[in-house]
Design a protein around this ligand. Structure first.
Ligand code: ZN
Length: 47
């Protein structure tokens, strides 16, 4: 059950604080803990 809680936490986007399964994928692929929407924003407007 603790693993499930960790998994849920890892799916919280650090930018918009929304839970999305893409957050985990982006963390693995890009190293950013963000959802696809925020990733798109960063791609268009890089900080
Ligand atoms: Zn986001």
């Amino acid at each position: 059950m603790l693993q499930n809680e960790d998994k849920d936490l890892n799916e919280i986007c650090e930018e918009c604080k929304k839970e999305d399964e893409s957050v985990t994928q982006n963390l693995i692929v890009h190293g950013y803990k963000i959802c696809d929407s925020c990733k798109l924003s960063k791609t268009i407007f890089p900080i």
